[in-house]
Design a protein around this ligand. Structure first.
Ligand code: HEC
Length: 200
């Protein structure tokens, strides 16, 4: 009996999404022997490790976003690697209530007028993306480094000021880490700060 490995004959069942029949590894059935089994297990482990790496966040979420949109199913180990998001720097510190409070002060004073608060949308011209929307279309799916860069560089042509010279590195990270966590239940003091109109 030949082992049913990688049967590529055109069969009525549609190939499952995209990559060339990658997930179609046959289960090891005492065929050619231990070598193949070891390879299959090794490949599966590698793919699993890659999956974990891609999907683990360096910043522990207080409540993991179970409903966060998944970017894509894990690529098979044979597929080309996804473009590394690593261009964006990683945060020099982690999240804490202090970080969120500091970020909230900055946000309330400098960003809320355009980007809204957890309780109120803002009506700016040109309209800015509302970063606290309940549908999680904000920045939650971005890495803190991407948020940091978008804030630092801005996009002046489209109405987003650049903040490199306005905020310190630390402040940029504080606000980026806060926005990354816009979908979690933030501590009350943080929410209070966010919903306090800016002082002048
Ligand atoms: C004067 C209004 C205004 C202010 C103030 C402002 N933004 Fe923006 N921001 C915008 C607009 C408009 C855009 C959309 C630009 C575009 O279309 O690319 C934007 C885009 C962004 C983006 C990228 C969003 C995305 O989906 O790519 C981030 C991140 C951001 N702002 C963060 C901030 C932070 C943090 C602050 C405060 C430190 C801030 N912004 C202050 C108007 C503003």
């Amino acid at each position: 009996m030949p082992t049913p490995r990688r049967d590529r004959s055109p069969s009525p069942n549609r190939s499952s999404g995209g990559a060339r029949g990658s997930s179609r590894r046959s289960s090891a059935g005492g065929g050619p022997g231990k070598l193949v089994l070891a390879f299959v297990l090794g490949a599966a482990a590698a793919a699993g490790a890659g999956y974990l790496y891609l999907h683990s966040s360096p910043h522990p979420h207080p409540r993991s976003a179970a409903t966060a949109p998944q970017p894509a199913p894990p690529a098979s180990h044979t597929a080309a690697k996804p473009p590394p998001p690593a261009v964006a720097p990683s945060a020099p510190f982690g999240i804490s209530e202090d970080v969120f409070e500091a970020g909230a002060h900055i946000y309330a004073n400098r960003c809320a007028a355009c980007h809204g608060t957890p309780h109120a949308a803002a009506l700016s011209k040109p309209p800015a993306p509302q970063l606290w929307r309940a549908d999680r279309s904000g920045l939650v799916a971005r890495s803190p480094g991407e948020i940091y860069l978008a804030t630092a560089r801005g996009n002046p042509a489209k109405g987003m000021p650049a903040y490199t010279r306005v905020l310190t590195e630390t402040q940029l990270w504080q606000v980026a880490l806060l926005l990354k966590n816009a979908d979690v239940d933030l501590p009350d003091p943080v929410v209070h700060i966010l919903n306090t109109p800016p002082r002048h």
